[in-house]
Design a protein around this ligand. Sequence first.
Ligand code: 5AD
Ligand code: SF4
Length: 441
Amino acid sequence: MTVPKKLFIKTYGCQMNVYDSERMAEALGGQGYVETTSQDDADMILLNTCHIREKAAEKVYSELGRLRGLKEANPNLKIGVAGCVAQAEGAEIMRRQPLVDLVVGPQSYHRLPELEAKTRLGETALDTDFPEEDKFEKLAARPKAKRGPAAFLTVQEGCDKFCAFCVVPYTRGSEVSRPVERILTEARDLVERGVREITLLGQNVNAYHGAGSDGADWSLARLIWALNDVDGLERIRFTTSHPNDMSDDLIEAHVSCPKLMPYLHLPVQSGSDRILKRMNRSHTAEQYLRLIERLRTARPDMHLSGDFIVGFPEETEQDFQDTLALVEAVQYGSAFSFKYSTRPGTPAAERAQVSEAEKADRLLRLQTLLTHQQRALQNAMVGRDVGVLFERPGRQPGQMVGKSDYMHAVHVQGDSVAPGDLRRVRIVSSSTNSLAGELLD
Ligand code: 5AD
Ligand code: SF4
């Protein structure tokens, strides 16, 4: 019997990387690898990287530096870089850090087995192509092993929007949607393995238009309705959406599709029309607010989440005030906010930059407001009854932790609850990052 080789994957960045890491582990499973949770005894270490902000990319090089000792102790250890830094930097990574054996971009993961074989021969392997073939079709069939109740499923990749600050259209390429039937097959397979909640992923997920088995072009809403019919699947979510692709059928699905959850991540980035224009977002603050109004009319309990960038080139205090005003108007249940980070090769990199001190000050003020909103909305959950999908035991004995319909972390005391159970819970208290509840049924 051959001894399995050990694979350690470290994942940075977005949920799509989490999904990709799973698929890479599966692809290398065919080469005799099993995953390990410790890098110390690994035969291969893969860093699945993020290039969205400068700090994320720099982290990769520091991490690679830290792996030197392991490579010296075990010369057979293979080190690979995958993800968006791999795509953006390519062979430059091996030049800057010669201990790297393999560099593979996000569109080439189905070629990992060949690339790995090359490294075993003592060669380096590099693949940052945008190949014609569909990597998802070529990737190994997913194993039948049991898994946790919540899973990601990538349905769309790439972006054609070209926001002036963003590297995604360059690292992930143009928009591609997977065919409907493959997604449904993968969803049924996940459900057989214990999954109860699926989050459909795409850089621009609501721009999804995939080929249906009927030959028609299916929208995301139509795909969601088809998933609603999958027995055993209890919840559907999707992320990340662009305001301009929030179509009527998708808003309607939030009203009448029973398994679609009342939570929407809808980044706006700025509340200033001047900055939105400079960002190439192709919508105004007013259009975004009107969209939110329509969503809330359709689904009054909808929890909204957003992404914000402060200190975009040429952003003035007045522009920033417009962002604060938009946040006040929306009332977000959660949000992610970032200082603008210059990304080489993107249009905004060439423009007049806001000082670091100004960026830091604006970020602090924005985050103070967002945290305040988030806490207020979370506290308002106390006394309400919600669905909770339980995922794992909590820190206290007898405690179980899950996610509410609105994505809050909720914990209860109860020996009768198991991971994968969807139960009604009455919320009794709210703390910094979670809610406590009592089982109702
Ligand atoms: N600087 C700061 N934040 C960025 N994002 C994307 N590019 C940059 C950048 N250059 C943020 C946006 C996006 C989220 C995923 O990351 O808010 O929605
Ligand atoms: Fe980047 Fe999103 Fe803009 Fe596309 S829509 S360029 S992924 S921020």
